[in-house]
Design a protein around this ligand. Sequence first.
Ligand code: 5AD
Ligand code: SF4
Length: 438
Amino acid sequence: MNKEIKYKLLTYGCQMNDYDSEVISSLVESTGAYPVEKPEDADIIIFNTCCVRESADNKVYGRLGQYKILKKENPNLLIVVAGCLAEKDGEKMIKKFPQVDLVVGPRNAYRIVSLIEQAKKKKIVCLNQDDAVFLNPLSRSGNITGYIPVSVGCDCFCTYCIVPYVRGRLKSRPAGEIVAEAERLVKQGFGEIFLLGQNVNSYGFDLPGKPTFAELLEKINGIDGIRRIRFVSPHPKDFHPDLIKAVGKLENVCKSVHLPMQSGSNRILKLMNRKYDREQYLKIIHGLRKEVPEIALSTDIIVGFPGETNEDFEETLDIVRDVQFDLAFMFAYSPRDGTAAAKIPDQVPHDEKMNHLYRLIEMQNDISRAKNEKFVGQVLECLVESLSKKDPTKLTGRTERNRVVNFTGDKSLIGEFVNVKLTSAFTWGWIGEMAEGG
Ligand code: 5AD
Ligand code: SF4
């Protein structure tokens, strides 16, 4: 590659993919290539894809279809499909979309530059889950949130989930490497260190001496000048009392935990192979609230898992009503080929699934709004992230409890911590105004 090469990177999916995209763009840019806004101006288009639900696949397929014409207009255009969908579809991706030149799975993204060179001569499919190379991005796009993976892959095999098949087995990263990267980012002025793992609190089982995730948090908490530490996604089965204590006592760990619940029905949790029941889940929630009464809690819920009855669904509604999550990500179950749940004959009809999903969303939206209303009038510290997507005359900041506030302020404040008075509440967060001395 050389200086004239222009590339466009499109990222789908979770924060791990955002991180992988930082690695990919820093590698591609290290060759002198530079990013462009419009795909039609690019010499290389890279899709960093997700396949967690069918809707994620469809987004990429739709775009790939549209870009066929770009390839016709510019035969030198190189189309790369990276990420989870690349790993899932492999060779099939090229058969279905002959305009694709390179298919590269998540564990091979660090080789992207040499693979692109090879793909200029012939089509390449690179899938190999044995590798687990923890590469820090050579450069990062901003200095607000610094993502650091603590592990890759997952050994859980929840029956609905494709992640273990596309991201491979769990492999933890040595603590020293993680702490060193966190120290580097804090020195560079990153306001927030965000630890990532498909199952972040299973960290360390595979390392010598079996360091725990709570111990890792403690080390990172001790870094000089660190302000905020977040992590996703923990699994309830590994959310032990030492981690509850660590969240409470470590002053730089945000008092905000995302704990995927998936279902409130013990029967469905068993079918999902989640390895906990609703009582154990609630015990963690109560433990966290005892440790930090004001803690913010969020979750993921799947509606319409095969065999889910009205009674099972009512149990999910009950627990949502009881727990009063600040925020929930709610999904209609979508079968993923190769997973155990996709083989269950008793799939829930689409209309019933959607009907349940809308009922759940309505309930949770009311809860989120009511919880946010309680904060109106308070002044909260926010890390300013960007211009608001809803209203570019405003800034968007994030509170420690992981909710957003839009407020008027100068864009030079992006990356800074400011105090914002919350003036009105919505389901998504608040509108506010900068407080005196903010
Ligand atoms: N269908 C619907 N939702 C799913 N998730 C994972 N797999 C599926 C699936 N097959 C949801 C889970 C997970 C989140 C990242 O995506 O709730 O926590
Ligand atoms: Fe999607 Fe899961 Fe891959 Fe993240 S790890 S991009 S959620 S399939």
